[in-house]
Design a binder for this molecule. Structure first.
Ligand code: SF4
Length: 409
């Protein structure tokens, strides 16, 4: 739409999709002029410099661009070894930051909230995961640098909660402990949450994390079936998951379980195992995604060309079953998806925790009500416009009009 309305605008794209399927994406979307693969910081600077000077883009490593209707790929750019050398992110350039950044309800105690990626890369190779942007080599900011970023966010933007978006926040016990000690010593008094593998959670570190303000840890538990975990190459077992969740709970940290439904090999039996598993874990919340063969993940290569039901990139977002299992239809999976979620959230223990959180932090109730009203309004509109309850407008013209209005404004 940018190209349609403002044809002279140069469009530059980046991120996981481009990093895993660069050529295919450029061939499919001719509206993209340049693609930056893998980490973008230094590549983008070099690219903008080349554009400004009007020199050939062939001199910029780590990009794809168009030349005479062909897509040209330049050699890979080196990965960034020392993250501490990166400048402080220009949060001031984010319009509306931090008030416009609103994570999911109940995902933080009280805002404003900001995210930090304290490390990059993951050495594991879970078959459903696309790690092509940051690769397998783990690189991290020093604990001192992470502490400085947190302090900067608190002092300059009033941030009260940090969401660490690292793949493996607990990958290094030494680094985590050092950061916690800095936070405790300097009394920064911020809350934070992170994501971790179950095999990296240890009781002594968890206790220290709690003292340093850790509010919630999300664990990629995926399934209640060891057989399925093995098929995913997850290198974890449910016994280990159970132990990590129990330790986190005992340390006084909220625990969120990240699960997936419909992975190749899923059966009614494994779904029942998952239901039983999540009922016996002291988790505070859970997320359930619908298995999506993300381009760039090993499983995508395995099943590509088999029965990917709808190879539609727009739908590959973890909220649609785009690949159908043998023996279970998409409709059955959708039904089970709701049963699994309901079986967890209708537990008295879980509802009680949500109620406590709502009383302690009423902003979430307010947001929930606003969201509820918006949902009802969108539903009514969909009936009025003949979409019979379907919320997403697929009519390109409607989107286009909305976009034009925005551009005009
Ligand atoms: S799922 Fe997590 S542990 Fe597995 S490869 Fe991806 S980031 Fe690494």
């Amino acid at each position: 739409m940018v190209k349609h309305h403002l044809p002279k605008t140069r469009t530059i794209v980046g991120g996981p999709h481009i990093s895993s399927m660069a050529v295919e994406t450029m061939q499919r979307f001719t509206e993209f002029d340049v693609a930056v693969v893998n980490e973008g910081e230094s590549v983008l600077v070099n690219l903008l410099e080349a554009l400004r000077k009007g020199v050939s883009l062939k001199s910029v490593n780590g990009i794809l661009f168009r030349e005479n209707h062909a897509v040209v790929t330049t050699p890979r750019a080196p990965i960034i070894d020392d993250l501490d050398n990166l400048p402080i992110p220009a949060w001031d350039l984010l319009k509306g930051f931090p008030d416009e950044f609103k994570p999911a309800i109940f995902d933080y105690p009280s805002g404003p909230v900001a995210t930090i990626a304290a490390s990059r890369g993951c050495p594991f190779h879970c078959k459903f995961c696309d790690t092509s942007t940051f690769g397998a080599r783990v690189r991290a900011y020093s604990p001192e640098a992470v502490y400085s970023l947190m302090k900067h966010l608190k002092e300059n933007y009033g941030i009260r909660h940090i969401m660490f978006v690292d793949d493996q926040f607990l990958a290094s016990r030494i680094r985590t402990s050092k950061l916690c000690e800095l936070l405790i010593e300097n009394k920064l008094n911020m809350t934070w949450s992170c994501t971790a593998r179950v095999d990296t959670a240890k009781p002594d570190v968890l206790k220290l994390m709690k003292k340093a303000g850790c509010w919630e840890i999300s664990f990629g538990l995926e399934s209640g079936s060891n057989d399925l975990l093995q098929k995913m190459d997850k290198l974890a077992r449910i016994e280990l998951s159970e132990q990590a969740v129990n330790w986190t709970h005992s340390a006084g940290i909220r625990c969120k379980g990240l699960f997936m439904l419909g992975y190749p090999g899923e059966t009614m039996q494994t779904i029942e195992q998952t239901k039983a598993f999540l009922l016996r874990l002291p988790m505070t919340t859970m997320n359930l995604s619908k298995f999506t063969p993300h381009p760039g993940s090993p499983i995508y290569r395995d099943i590509c060309g088999t029965n990917i039901k709808e190879d539609h990139w727009k739908k590959m977002n973890g909220m649609n079953f785009v690949w159908s299992l043998q023996g279970l239809t998409v409709e059955e999976l959708d039904r089970e998806y709701q049963y699994v979620l309901l079986s967890f959230y209708k537990q008295k223990r879980v509802m009680h925790k949500c109620a406590i959180m709502a009383v302690r932090y009423p902003i979430h109730i307010l947001r929930f009500c606003i969201f509820g009203l918006g949902f009802v309004k969108a539903k009514l509109n969909s009936f009025k416009e003949g979409r019979r309850g379907v919320l997403i407008k697929t009519d390109h013209q409607n989107l286009d009009e909305g976009f034009t209005n925005k551009l005009t404004r």
